[in-house]
Design a protein around this ligand. Structure first.
Ligand code: ZN
Length: 243
């Protein structure tokens, strides 16, 4: 099966649309959370995600805050301002859908899905080989897909010598995965690796291959909607620079 893996859309509908168009036909979509926060289109994003067939989706930290299961004070000023605004504009239907999603990890075939990490699904960032190493003890499947850091990445555990290396996934090249690995598809709506293009991945669940992808979208259009909504200017600026 051809599976679209997306994460951290952050209410950026234009980026999501570009990703869905670029991905083409898929059998399933796995979404690793943070549907909302930062961006100007929480309702459009949620309505689009809700329409995806064969969707598996876990909650991210911004989503958990929106459904009232985490104090907004846990977020820095600009992130909090976006969440307060999102709370106000989100429709009741979208709020209900958000509440129906799991806050924990989810297992699908060979893969454990988590927003942050298998050890701490809501908050922990897997950013380096040390945090990856510690997390391999917290899931049983060959692979784990995480989001949250907004950085497309791949951590490989060598089971013989128990060492973890960070590998670079080549763009648009299907890489055969060897157990065990932690993979991050990057962020659809707010990439933070200085490449402003939307990030996602295609996972083939039979062949166990992973294809990291990037796609350009109309950033100026999203920046304009951020400004019109009166959201923090920082969230508009960073989109063009990818941080
Ligand atoms: Zn996020």
């Amino acid at each position: 099966m051809r599976i679209l893996v997306i994460s951290d859309i952050h209410a950026n509908y234009t980026a999501l649309e570009a990703v869905l168009n670029d991905a083409g036909t898929v059998d399933e979509t796995w979404c690793l959370g943070d549907l909302v926060g930062y961006g100007p289109d929480p309702n459009a994003v949620m309505e689009q995600v809700r329409e995806l067939a064969h969707l598996t989706c876990v909650l991210g930290n911004h989503d958990v805050a929106i459904i009232g299961k985490m104090p907004l004070e846990a977020f820095n000023g600009d992130a909090r301002r976006s969440l307060v605004w999102t709370e106000k504009v989100l429709t009741a239907d979208n709020m209900d859908f958000m509440r129906s999603l799991p806050q924990n990890t989810k297992v699908r075939g060979h893969v454990t899905l988590a927003h942050g990490s298998p050890r701490d699904p809501v908050w922990e960032y897997v950013l380096n080989t040390l945090s990856a190493r510690l997390n391999f003890e917290h899931f049983d499947t060959p692979f784990c897909f995480v989001g949250h850091s907004h950085i497309q990445s791949m951590f490989q555990l060598n089971v013989k010598n128990d060492r973890v290396t960070m590998e670079v996934a080549r763009e648009r090249e299907a890489t055969e995965l060897t157990p065990r690995a932690i993979l991050n598809p990057g962020s659809v709506g707010q990439p933070r690796d200085r490449d402003p293009r939307a990030a996602y991945a295609i996972y083939d669940s039979q062949a166990d291959t992973w294809e990291a992808r990037r796609v350009a979208y109309d950033i100026a259009e999203v920046q304009q909607r951020i400004r019109e909504a009166g959201l923090p200017e920082k969230h508009a600026v960073r989109l063009a620079e990818g941080w």
